[in-house]
Design a protein around this ligand. Sequence first.
Ligand SMILES: *Cc1c(COP(=O)(O)O)cnc(C)c1O
Length: 436
Amino acid sequence: MNQNEISEWINKLPLLQQIIEKDEILWVNPLNGHSARGIEQSGISVADVKDASDRLKRFASYIQTVFPETKQADGIIESPLTEIPEMKTALANKYATDIPGTLLLKQDNALPISGSIKARGGIYEVLKHAETLAVQHGLITPEDDYARFADPEFRNLFAKHKIAVGSTGNLGLSIGIMSAKLGFNVTVHMSADAKQWKKDLLREKGVTVVEYADDYSKAVEEGRRQAEADPLCHFVDDENSLDLFLGYAVAGERLAAQLKQQGRAVDNDHPLFVYLPCGVGGGPGGVAFGLKLQFGDNVHCFFAEPTKAPCMTIGMMTGLHDKVSVTDFGLDNHTAADGLAVGTPSAFVGKKMEPLLAGCHTISDDTMFELLTMIADTEDIRLEPSALAGMTGPVQTIRNEVPMANSSSVTHLVWATGGGMVPETEMDIYYGIGRK
Ligand SMILES: *Cc1c(COP(=O)(O)O)cnc(C)c1O
Protein backbone atom coordinates (compact mmCIF):
# COMPACT_ATOMS: atom_id res chain seq x y z
CA MET A 1 0.00 0.00 0.00
CA ASN A 2 1.46 3.41 -0.90
CA GLN A 3 1.46 6.53 1.24
CA ASN A 4 -1.51 8.04 -0.63
CA GLU A 5 -3.67 5.01 -0.09
CA ILE A 6 -2.73 4.93 3.57
CA SER A 7 -3.67 8.61 4.01
CA GLU A 8 -6.97 7.96 2.29
CA TRP A 9 -7.74 5.09 4.64
CA ILE A 10 -6.92 7.25 7.66
CA ASN A 11 -9.21 9.99 6.37
CA LYS A 12 -11.98 7.51 5.93
CA LEU A 13 -11.36 5.67 9.21
CA PRO A 14 -9.76 8.03 11.76
CA LEU A 15 -9.43 5.19 14.29
CA LEU A 16 -6.61 3.88 12.08
CA GLN A 17 -4.47 6.82 13.24
CA GLN A 18 -4.74 5.57 16.82
CA ILE A 19 -3.97 2.05 15.67
CA ILE A 20 -0.82 3.33 13.95
CA GLU A 21 0.13 5.05 17.21
CA LYS A 22 -0.32 1.71 19.01
CA ASP A 23 -3.06 3.03 21.29
CA GLU A 24 -5.30 0.46 22.94
CA ILE A 25 -8.53 0.92 21.00
CA LEU A 26 -12.01 -0.55 20.63
CA TRP A 27 -13.57 -0.80 17.19
CA VAL A 28 -17.29 -1.44 16.87
CA ASN A 29 -18.20 -3.37 13.73
CA PRO A 30 -20.80 -1.41 11.71
CA LEU A 31 -21.67 -4.51 9.67
CA ASN A 32 -22.66 -6.53 12.72
CA GLY A 33 -26.28 -7.46 12.07
CA HIS A 34 -28.90 -10.08 12.73
CA SER A 35 -27.20 -13.29 13.78
CA ALA A 36 -29.54 -15.58 11.87
CA ARG A 37 -28.78 -13.80 8.61
CA GLY A 38 -25.04 -13.81 9.28
CA ILE A 39 -25.10 -17.51 9.98
CA GLU A 40 -27.03 -18.17 6.80
CA GLN A 41 -24.58 -16.09 4.74
CA SER A 42 -21.63 -18.03 6.18
CA GLY A 43 -22.62 -21.20 4.34
CA ILE A 44 -21.92 -23.17 7.53
CA SER A 45 -24.89 -24.76 9.21
CA VAL A 46 -25.93 -26.13 12.57
CA ALA A 47 -25.66 -29.58 10.99
CA ASP A 48 -21.99 -29.01 10.09
CA VAL A 49 -21.10 -28.15 13.67
CA LYS A 50 -23.18 -31.04 14.99
CA ASP A 51 -21.31 -33.38 12.65
CA ALA A 52 -18.04 -32.19 14.22
CA SER A 53 -19.45 -32.58 17.72
CA ASP A 54 -20.67 -36.11 16.96
CA ARG A 55 -17.26 -37.03 15.56
CA LEU A 56 -15.56 -35.90 18.77
CA LYS A 57 -18.04 -38.05 20.72
CA ARG A 58 -17.19 -41.08 18.56
CA PHE A 59 -13.50 -40.54 19.30
CA ALA A 60 -14.04 -40.10 23.05
CA SER A 61 -13.42 -43.76 23.83
CA TYR A 62 -10.12 -43.63 21.93
CA ILE A 63 -9.08 -40.33 23.53
CA GLN A 64 -9.59 -41.61 27.05
CA THR A 65 -7.67 -44.79 26.20
CA VAL A 66 -4.57 -43.00 24.96
CA PHE A 67 -4.77 -39.84 27.10
CA PRO A 68 -5.68 -41.09 30.60
CA GLU A 69 -5.90 -37.50 31.86
CA THR A 70 -9.18 -37.24 29.91
CA LYS A 71 -10.77 -40.28 31.63
CA GLN A 72 -12.59 -38.21 34.20
CA ALA A 73 -14.35 -36.29 31.42
CA ASP A 74 -15.06 -39.53 29.48
CA GLY A 75 -12.63 -38.57 26.73
CA ILE A 76 -14.24 -35.21 25.96
CA ILE A 77 -11.57 -32.51 25.67
CA GLU A 78 -13.08 -29.56 27.55
CA SER A 79 -11.96 -26.82 29.92
CA PRO A 80 -13.37 -25.30 33.12
CA LEU A 81 -15.52 -22.17 33.22
CA THR A 82 -14.43 -20.20 36.26
CA GLU A 83 -15.79 -17.08 37.94
CA ILE A 84 -12.93 -14.70 38.81
CA PRO A 85 -14.32 -12.16 41.33
CA GLU A 86 -10.94 -11.17 42.82
CA MET A 87 -9.59 -10.41 39.37
CA LYS A 88 -12.72 -8.41 38.63
CA THR A 89 -12.11 -6.23 41.67
CA ALA A 90 -8.43 -5.80 40.78
CA LEU A 91 -9.32 -4.84 37.19
CA ALA A 92 -11.94 -2.35 38.34
CA ASN A 93 -9.38 -0.78 40.69
CA LYS A 94 -6.61 -0.62 38.11
CA TYR A 95 -8.86 1.10 35.57
CA ALA A 96 -10.98 3.01 38.08
CA THR A 97 -14.02 1.69 36.21
CA ASP A 98 -17.03 -0.06 37.71
CA ILE A 99 -17.52 -3.49 36.18
CA PRO A 100 -21.09 -4.56 36.92
CA GLY A 101 -22.30 -8.10 36.30
CA THR A 102 -20.23 -11.26 36.39
CA LEU A 103 -16.70 -11.88 35.13
CA LEU A 104 -15.95 -15.41 33.92
CA LEU A 105 -12.80 -17.01 32.57
CA LYS A 106 -12.94 -19.82 30.02
CA GLN A 107 -9.82 -21.74 30.92
CA ASP A 108 -8.53 -23.24 27.69
CA ASN A 109 -5.11 -23.09 29.32
CA ALA A 110 -6.37 -26.14 31.20
CA LEU A 111 -7.54 -28.07 28.13
CA PRO A 112 -6.03 -31.55 28.29
CA ILE A 113 -3.48 -32.87 25.77
CA SER A 114 -2.06 -29.57 24.53
CA GLY A 115 -3.03 -26.84 27.01
CA SER A 116 -4.43 -24.27 24.59
CA ILE A 117 -7.41 -23.43 22.41
CA LYS A 118 -5.65 -25.38 19.61
CA ALA A 119 -6.67 -28.58 21.40
CA ARG A 120 -10.12 -27.84 19.95
CA GLY A 121 -9.59 -27.24 16.23
CA GLY A 122 -6.17 -28.82 15.78
CA ILE A 123 -6.98 -32.13 17.39
CA TYR A 124 -10.33 -32.25 15.64
CA GLU A 125 -8.77 -31.85 12.20
CA VAL A 126 -6.28 -34.67 12.85
CA LEU A 127 -9.01 -36.99 14.15
CA LYS A 128 -11.22 -36.27 11.16
CA HIS A 129 -8.38 -37.05 8.77
CA ALA A 130 -7.63 -40.29 10.64
CA GLU A 131 -11.29 -41.31 10.48
CA THR A 132 -11.48 -40.60 6.75
CA LEU A 133 -8.44 -42.80 6.08
CA ALA A 134 -9.63 -45.60 8.36
CA VAL A 135 -13.07 -45.69 6.74
CA GLN A 136 -11.54 -45.59 3.24
CA HIS A 137 -9.39 -48.60 4.10
CA GLY A 138 -12.28 -50.53 5.60
CA LEU A 139 -10.85 -50.56 9.11
CA ILE A 140 -13.84 -48.97 10.84
CA THR A 141 -17.41 -47.73 10.47
CA PRO A 142 -18.93 -44.87 12.47
CA GLU A 143 -20.95 -47.38 14.50
CA ASP A 144 -17.83 -49.15 15.85
CA ASP A 145 -16.01 -48.48 19.11
CA TYR A 146 -13.30 -45.96 18.21
CA ALA A 147 -11.02 -47.24 20.99
CA ARG A 148 -9.82 -49.48 18.16
CA PHE A 149 -7.89 -46.53 16.71
CA ALA A 150 -5.18 -47.54 19.18
CA ASP A 151 -4.85 -50.98 17.52
CA PRO A 152 -1.73 -51.88 15.48
CA GLU A 153 -3.50 -52.09 12.11
CA PHE A 154 -4.56 -48.46 12.47
CA ARG A 155 -1.09 -47.35 13.47
CA ASN A 156 0.36 -49.27 10.52
CA LEU A 157 -1.98 -47.48 8.15
CA PHE A 158 -1.23 -44.03 9.59
CA ALA A 159 2.52 -44.69 9.54
CA LYS A 160 2.27 -44.68 5.74
CA HIS A 161 0.63 -41.24 5.83
CA LYS A 162 1.98 -37.82 6.67
CA ILE A 163 0.60 -34.77 8.37
CA ALA A 164 2.34 -31.40 8.14
CA VAL A 165 1.77 -27.99 9.65
CA GLY A 166 3.64 -24.68 9.79
CA SER A 167 3.54 -23.24 13.29
CA THR A 168 5.84 -21.72 15.85
CA GLY A 169 3.48 -22.39 18.66
CA ASN A 170 0.39 -24.03 19.99
CA LEU A 171 -0.98 -25.27 16.68
CA GLY A 172 2.25 -27.19 16.13
CA LEU A 173 1.98 -28.68 19.62
CA SER A 174 -1.59 -29.81 19.18
CA ILE A 175 -1.21 -31.21 15.65
CA GLY A 176 2.13 -32.78 16.53
CA ILE A 177 1.04 -34.49 19.73
CA MET A 178 -2.25 -35.85 18.33
CA SER A 179 -0.77 -37.01 15.02
CA ALA A 180 2.19 -38.75 16.66
CA LYS A 181 -0.15 -40.50 19.09
CA LEU A 182 -2.19 -41.94 16.22
CA GLY A 183 1.02 -43.11 14.51
CA PHE A 184 1.20 -40.58 11.68
CA ASN A 185 4.45 -39.43 10.20
CA VAL A 186 4.15 -35.82 11.34
CA THR A 187 6.28 -32.78 10.53
CA VAL A 188 6.03 -29.36 12.16
CA HIS A 189 7.70 -26.59 10.16
CA MET A 190 9.01 -23.88 12.47
CA SER A 191 11.02 -20.71 12.23
CA ALA A 192 14.38 -20.92 14.01
CA ASP A 193 13.29 -18.38 16.62
CA ALA A 194 10.57 -20.71 17.94
CA LYS A 195 11.00 -21.54 21.62
CA GLN A 196 13.47 -24.33 22.35
CA TRP A 197 11.17 -26.08 24.82
CA LYS A 198 8.51 -26.48 22.13
CA LYS A 199 10.95 -28.09 19.71
CA ASP A 200 12.29 -30.39 22.45
CA LEU A 201 8.83 -31.43 23.57
CA LEU A 202 7.68 -32.24 20.04
CA ARG A 203 10.80 -34.24 19.20
CA GLU A 204 10.39 -36.17 22.43
CA LYS A 205 6.91 -37.20 21.25
CA GLY A 206 8.23 -38.45 17.92
CA VAL A 207 7.44 -35.38 15.82
CA THR A 208 9.83 -34.24 13.07
CA VAL A 209 10.64 -30.56 13.60
CA VAL A 210 12.08 -28.70 10.61
CA GLU A 211 13.58 -25.30 11.35
CA TYR A 212 13.88 -22.40 8.94
CA ALA A 213 16.25 -19.46 9.21
CA ASP A 214 13.58 -17.23 7.62
CA ASP A 215 10.50 -16.01 9.37
CA TYR A 216 7.38 -17.91 10.18
CA SER A 217 5.52 -17.29 6.93
CA LYS A 218 8.45 -18.82 5.01
CA ALA A 219 8.21 -21.89 7.24
CA VAL A 220 4.51 -22.22 6.47
CA GLU A 221 5.05 -21.67 2.75
CA GLU A 222 7.79 -24.27 2.57
CA GLY A 223 5.74 -26.75 4.60
CA ARG A 224 2.80 -26.25 2.28
CA ARG A 225 4.94 -26.67 -0.83
CA GLN A 226 6.43 -29.95 0.40
CA ALA A 227 3.04 -31.27 1.47
CA GLU A 228 1.35 -30.42 -1.82
CA ALA A 229 3.97 -32.38 -3.72
CA ASP A 230 3.11 -35.50 -1.72
CA PRO A 231 -0.32 -37.13 -2.19
CA LEU A 232 0.04 -39.04 1.09
CA CYS A 233 0.54 -35.83 3.05
CA HIS A 234 -2.24 -33.80 4.68
CA PHE A 235 -1.33 -30.16 5.26
CA VAL A 236 -3.15 -28.37 8.06
CA ASP A 237 -3.87 -24.92 6.65
CA ASP A 238 -4.28 -22.48 9.52
CA GLU A 239 -5.71 -19.77 7.26
CA ASN A 240 -8.27 -21.68 5.24
CA SER A 241 -9.29 -24.82 7.04
CA LEU A 242 -13.00 -25.46 7.45
CA ASP A 243 -12.25 -28.47 9.67
CA LEU A 244 -10.23 -26.39 12.12
CA PHE A 245 -13.07 -23.86 12.18
CA LEU A 246 -15.69 -26.52 12.88
CA GLY A 247 -13.59 -28.10 15.62
CA TYR A 248 -13.43 -24.73 17.36
CA ALA A 249 -17.14 -24.11 16.82
CA VAL A 250 -18.09 -27.13 18.95
CA ALA A 251 -17.09 -24.94 21.91
CA GLY A 252 -20.46 -23.18 21.54
CA GLU A 253 -22.63 -26.08 22.66
CA ARG A 254 -20.10 -27.01 25.34
CA LEU A 255 -20.12 -23.51 26.82
CA ALA A 256 -23.92 -23.35 26.64
CA ALA A 257 -24.10 -26.56 28.70
CA GLN A 258 -21.62 -25.20 31.26
CA LEU A 259 -23.47 -21.91 31.65
CA LYS A 260 -26.73 -23.77 32.09
CA GLN A 261 -25.19 -26.09 34.64
CA GLN A 262 -23.93 -23.08 36.61
CA GLY A 263 -27.39 -21.52 36.46
CA ARG A 264 -26.26 -18.53 34.39
CA ALA A 265 -28.91 -17.28 31.98
CA VAL A 266 -28.15 -15.88 28.54
CA ASP A 267 -31.17 -14.15 27.04
CA ASN A 268 -32.54 -10.73 26.12
CA ASP A 269 -32.13 -9.47 29.67
CA HIS A 270 -28.85 -11.30 30.34
CA PRO A 271 -26.45 -10.58 27.49
CA LEU A 272 -23.19 -12.45 27.17
CA PHE A 273 -20.06 -10.51 26.16
CA VAL A 274 -17.16 -12.69 25.03
CA TYR A 275 -13.56 -11.54 24.45
CA LEU A 276 -11.47 -13.81 22.25
CA PRO A 277 -7.72 -13.42 21.58
CA CYS A 278 -7.18 -13.42 17.83
CA GLY A 279 -4.18 -14.36 15.70
CA VAL A 280 -4.99 -15.52 12.19
CA GLY A 281 -8.63 -15.84 13.26
CA GLY A 282 -9.59 -19.51 13.06
CA GLY A 283 -9.75 -20.16 16.80
CA PRO A 284 -11.72 -17.10 17.87
CA GLY A 285 -13.77 -17.15 14.66
CA GLY A 286 -14.81 -20.76 15.10
CA VAL A 287 -15.65 -20.29 18.77
CA ALA A 288 -17.61 -17.08 18.06
CA PHE A 289 -19.51 -18.85 15.31
CA GLY A 290 -20.40 -21.71 17.66
CA LEU A 291 -21.58 -19.18 20.24
CA LYS A 292 -23.73 -17.39 17.68
CA LEU A 293 -25.41 -20.71 16.84
CA GLN A 294 -26.26 -21.11 20.54
CA PHE A 295 -27.14 -17.59 21.63
CA GLY A 296 -27.84 -15.58 18.48
CA ASP A 297 -28.19 -11.84 19.12
CA ASN A 298 -27.75 -12.30 22.88
CA VAL A 299 -24.03 -12.98 22.56
CA HIS A 300 -21.63 -10.17 21.66
CA CYS A 301 -18.26 -11.44 20.46
CA PHE A 302 -15.14 -9.25 20.39
CA PHE A 303 -11.73 -10.22 19.05
CA ALA A 304 -8.71 -9.10 21.10
CA GLU A 305 -5.37 -8.35 19.44
CA PRO A 306 -1.95 -6.94 20.36
CA THR A 307 -1.42 -3.27 19.51
CA LYS A 308 1.53 -4.35 17.35
CA ALA A 309 -0.35 -7.03 15.41
CA PRO A 310 -4.01 -5.97 15.02
CA CYS A 311 -4.37 -7.80 11.71
CA MET A 312 -8.03 -8.82 12.02
CA THR A 313 -8.99 -5.35 13.27
CA ILE A 314 -7.40 -3.68 10.24
CA GLY A 315 -8.60 -6.40 7.85
CA MET A 316 -12.21 -6.05 8.98
CA MET A 317 -12.24 -2.26 9.34
CA THR A 318 -11.01 -1.79 5.79
CA GLY A 319 -12.77 -4.87 4.42
CA LEU A 320 -9.47 -5.76 2.76
CA HIS A 321 -8.99 -8.90 4.91
CA ASP A 322 -5.87 -10.76 3.71
CA LYS A 323 -5.09 -8.02 1.18
CA VAL A 324 -3.72 -5.81 3.95
CA SER A 325 -0.91 -6.37 6.44
CA VAL A 326 -0.20 -4.62 9.73
CA THR A 327 3.15 -3.62 8.20
CA ASP A 328 1.21 -1.45 5.69
CA PHE A 329 0.38 0.73 8.71
CA GLY A 330 3.89 0.74 10.09
CA LEU A 331 3.33 -1.91 12.76
CA ASP A 332 6.06 -4.53 13.14
CA ASN A 333 4.04 -7.50 14.38
CA HIS A 334 6.63 -8.10 17.15
CA THR A 335 4.72 -9.07 20.25
CA ALA A 336 5.40 -11.32 23.23
CA ALA A 337 1.92 -12.74 22.64
CA ASP A 338 3.35 -15.28 20.21
CA GLY A 339 -0.02 -16.93 19.57
CA LEU A 340 -1.23 -13.60 18.20
CA ALA A 341 1.85 -12.42 16.27
CA VAL A 342 0.18 -12.51 12.88
CA GLY A 343 0.48 -9.79 10.24
CA THR A 344 -2.26 -10.83 7.82
CA PRO A 345 -5.62 -12.27 8.90
CA SER A 346 -7.52 -15.17 7.40
CA ALA A 347 -9.96 -13.87 4.78
CA PHE A 348 -11.92 -17.11 5.10
CA VAL A 349 -12.65 -16.24 8.74
CA GLY A 350 -12.90 -12.45 8.34
CA LYS A 351 -15.59 -12.68 5.69
CA LYS A 352 -17.64 -15.13 7.74
CA MET A 353 -17.36 -12.88 10.79
CA GLU A 354 -18.27 -9.65 8.99
CA PRO A 355 -22.00 -9.79 9.88
CA LEU A 356 -21.48 -11.59 13.22
CA LEU A 357 -18.68 -9.85 15.11
CA ALA A 358 -19.47 -7.07 17.59
CA GLY A 359 -16.00 -5.58 17.28
CA CYS A 360 -12.29 -5.77 18.05
CA HIS A 361 -10.08 -4.31 20.73
CA THR A 362 -6.32 -4.05 21.14
CA ILE A 363 -3.96 -4.37 24.09
CA SER A 364 -0.27 -3.61 24.55
CA ASP A 365 2.31 -6.21 25.58
CA ASP A 366 2.93 -4.31 28.83
CA THR A 367 -0.75 -4.54 29.75
CA MET A 368 -0.87 -8.26 28.94
CA PHE A 369 2.08 -8.94 31.23
CA GLU A 370 0.67 -6.78 33.98
CA LEU A 371 -2.65 -8.66 33.84
CA LEU A 372 -0.82 -12.01 33.64
CA THR A 373 0.77 -11.24 37.00
CA MET A 374 -2.48 -9.83 38.37
CA ILE A 375 -4.49 -12.99 37.68
CA ALA A 376 -1.71 -15.16 39.10
CA ASP A 377 -1.80 -13.06 42.29
CA THR A 378 -5.57 -12.73 42.62
CA GLU A 379 -6.85 -16.08 41.34
CA ASP A 380 -3.74 -18.28 41.27
CA ILE A 381 -4.21 -18.93 37.55
CA ARG A 382 -1.17 -19.08 35.30
CA LEU A 383 -1.65 -18.04 31.69
CA GLU A 384 0.57 -17.27 28.71
CA PRO A 385 0.62 -13.63 27.48
CA SER A 386 -1.72 -14.24 24.50
CA ALA A 387 -4.37 -15.58 26.87
CA LEU A 388 -4.66 -12.18 28.58
CA ALA A 389 -5.49 -10.27 25.41
CA GLY A 390 -9.23 -10.34 26.12
CA MET A 391 -8.92 -9.27 29.75
CA THR A 392 -9.31 -5.53 29.05
CA GLY A 393 -12.43 -6.26 26.99
CA PRO A 394 -14.95 -5.52 29.75
CA VAL A 395 -13.21 -2.21 30.55
CA GLN A 396 -13.09 -1.26 26.88
CA THR A 397 -16.74 -2.01 26.16
CA ILE A 398 -17.90 -0.24 29.33
CA ARG A 399 -15.74 2.85 28.74
CA ASN A 400 -16.80 3.06 25.11
CA GLU A 401 -20.43 2.76 26.18
CA VAL A 402 -21.22 -0.29 24.12
CA PRO A 403 -24.95 -0.86 24.77
CA MET A 404 -25.58 -3.21 27.70
CA ALA A 405 -21.88 -3.69 28.52
CA ASN A 406 -22.36 -2.10 31.92
CA SER A 407 -25.74 -3.61 32.74
CA SER A 408 -25.89 -5.33 36.11
CA SER A 409 -27.20 -8.52 34.49
CA VAL A 410 -24.39 -8.85 31.94
CA THR A 411 -21.90 -11.72 31.88
CA HIS A 412 -18.42 -10.80 30.65
CA LEU A 413 -16.47 -13.86 29.56
CA VAL A 414 -12.74 -13.66 28.87
CA TRP A 415 -11.45 -16.57 26.81
CA ALA A 416 -8.06 -17.56 28.26
CA THR A 417 -6.59 -19.32 25.24
CA GLY A 418 -3.43 -20.94 26.53
CA GLY A 419 -0.59 -21.48 28.95
CA GLY A 420 -0.97 -25.10 29.99
CA MET A 421 2.16 -26.31 28.22
CA VAL A 422 4.49 -23.46 29.20
CA PRO A 423 7.31 -24.76 31.45
CA GLU A 424 7.36 -23.35 34.96
CA THR A 425 10.71 -21.61 34.50
CA GLU A 426 9.30 -19.78 31.46
CA MET A 427 6.13 -18.91 33.39
CA ASP A 428 8.24 -17.44 36.21
CA ILE A 429 9.91 -15.15 33.70
CA TYR A 430 6.51 -13.95 32.40
CA TYR A 431 5.34 -13.38 35.95
CA GLY A 432 8.45 -11.37 36.73
CA ILE A 433 7.98 -9.10 33.72
CA GLY A 434 4.44 -8.26 34.87
CA ARG A 435 5.70 -7.59 38.41
CA LYS A 436 7.90 -4.81 37.12
C1 LIG B 1 -3.52 -19.69 18.29
C2 LIG B 1 -3.81 -18.94 19.51
C3 LIG B 1 -4.73 -17.89 19.52
C4 LIG B 1 -5.46 -17.36 18.31
O1 LIG B 1 -5.95 -18.32 17.42
P1 LIG B 1 -5.96 -18.00 15.87
O2 LIG B 1 -6.65 -19.14 15.26
O3 LIG B 1 -4.52 -17.90 15.43
O4 LIG B 1 -6.64 -16.71 15.70
C5 LIG B 1 -4.95 -17.26 20.72
N1 LIG B 1 -4.31 -17.61 21.84
C6 LIG B 1 -3.43 -18.61 21.86
C7 LIG B 1 -2.75 -18.96 23.13
C8 LIG B 1 -3.15 -19.31 20.70
O5 LIG B 1 -2.26 -20.30 20.72
